[in-house]
Design a protein around this ligand. Structure first.
Ligand code: NAD
Length: 414
């Protein structure tokens, strides 16, 4: 494949898919997007840490060959478009990539690049692990009990973008159809939005969440929905989830009801528990009883709120990582924005991007390198060496620049 501006590194091999599985060579080419605003600062710092962890874990046998892909302001300068086709092609071609935050101009009618990317590449699962590190400021008394991985559906629900402004021809046309033919009753001249949710879309997301739980020794998957009110969309999500667990993974799952009715509250060896919670009570339970939750699968809008709310329990979106994952193609990303106020100041916290890279290493199956970054982070933050955002919430902290924080992490790998 030839590119206009992207330069593939002269050494390294592409990741491939064989027999339905990712084949990761020891010298893989991985895509990265620097991002806008604070993006270059946190990307530079994170690359240093990831490379050091890989070198340390595998003694030179393995190394990542990074390939820069352009999106956002840098792409606009090169291609005249912030979302060039070539970037999409590269994400498909390289299969695994990571990106810094991108600025979405307000007003101009431009769709968020992040949303476009998820939809164009059909990255249907937005995966957000949220856990606490000792020393990271938290409003909870027992933040160490928070350790969840949220799988949020990325392509359906109200984010499908099917909505019509109040008073538009389209809204009036739809209103006439709904009232005349479907006997629906609502205020005349309303704005209208649709909430499509399919069995296919729900099941592929829930399947990914359950497989993740099984592969990573997790204990339960909770389906979070608002099915008591939206019975045929959110309620169906719940029902499809239980159906999938029973029909496809029956030998490896047990429902919460069966757990108590048949197994005396103790899951049989090798099985994970499938349970469900209504979205509003879930917010309460994640605050009061976080230890009861492990992997969470949820439709788009619930997941949007829940991911940020849970992240806030253990240090905020500044350190929460994320990944958008399809059947194989994965684009990991910092979950915060480009924080233009801090651009180029070497000040921002690289935590979110750094841990998105930990997810990437896990996705490659390079667990040893991933663990090295996580352990080093724990040690450095527990020692109160932190960037400005944490320093102002911690007593006796030593505030360092982004680049210095990265050096401290590399130093802590021993
Ligand atoms: P933002 O996350 O960029 O920043 C809000 C505030 O959070 C900052 O002023 C800063 O105080 C703090 N902050 C964020 N990241 C930080 C970090 N790594 N370290 C320390 N402090 C950090 O949100 P915003 O100001 O609403 O958005 C700015 C731009 O980013 C907008 O154009 C928006 O569309 C875009 N955005 C992009 C993404 C993405 O690329 N995934 C996500 C959200 C917002």
């Amino acid at each position: 494949m030839s590119y206009q501006h992207i330069r593939l590194p002269s050494s390294g091999e592409k990741i491939s898919i064989q027999n339905g599985r990712l084949q990761v060579p020891d010298q893989p080419i991985i895509g990265y997007v620097e991002g806008d605003g604070i993006g270059p600062d946190i990307t530079r710092a994170s690359l240093k840490v990831w490379n050091a962890a890989v070198a340390k874990a595998y003694g030179g046998k393995r190394a990542i060959h990074w390939c820069e892909v352009y999106l956002g302001e840098k792409a606009a300068g090169l291609y005249g478009s912030a979302f060039p086709d070539e970037a999409v092609k590269a994400f498909e071609d390289l299969i695994v990539s990571i990106k810094g935050p991108l600025t979405t101009p307000v007003g101009g009618g431009m769709r968020s690049i992040n949303v476009s990317l998820r939809q164009t590449l059909d990255l249907y699962a937005c995966v957000r692990p949220v856990r606490h590190f000792p020393g990271v400021p938290s409003p909870l008394r027992h933040p160490e009990q928070v350790d969840v991985v949220i799988f949020r559906e990325n392509t359906e629900d109200v984010y499908a973008g099917i909505e019509y402004p109040a008073g538009s021809d389209e809204a009036w046309k739809l209103e006439r159809f709904l009232k005349d033919e479907m006997k629906a009753d609502f205020q005349a001249g309303s704005a209208l939005g649709l909430k499509p949710m399919s069995e296919f879309g729900s099941k592929r997301l829930i399947r990914k969440a359950i497989r993740y739980a099984l592969d990573n020794g997790r204990k339960s998957v909770t389906l979070v929905h608002k099915g008591n009110i939206m019975k045929y969309t959110e309620g169906a999500f719940r029902n499809w989830g239980y159906e999938l667990a029973r029909t496809e993974l029956g030998g490896q799952t047990v429902t919460e009801d069966e757990l108590y009715a048949v197994h005396g509250g103790k899951p049989p060896e090798g099985r994970i528990v499938i349970k469900d919670r209504i979205a509003d009570i879930m917010f309460q339970q994640m605050l009061l009883r976080p230890a009861e939750f492990d992997v969470i699968a949820t439709p788009n809008l619930n997941g949007d709120y829940l991911s940020d709310a849970v992240a806030a329990e253990v240090g905020g979106v500044g350190i929460a990582p994320g990944g958008n994952i399809g059947d194989y193609v994965a684009v990991f990303e910092a979950t915060h924005g480009s924080a233009p106020k801090y651009a180029g100041l070497d000040k921002a916290n690289p935590g979110s991007l750094l841990f998105s890279g930990v997810m990437l290493l896990d996705y490659l199956g390079w667990k040893e390198a991933a663990a090295l970054v996580t352990e080093a982070y724990g040690r450095v933050v527990a020692g109160k060496t932190v960037t400005y955002d944490f320093a102002r919430q911690m007593e006796g902290a030593r505030e360092v620049k982004t680049s210095e924080f990265a050096e401290a992490l590399v130093g802590a790998m021993g």
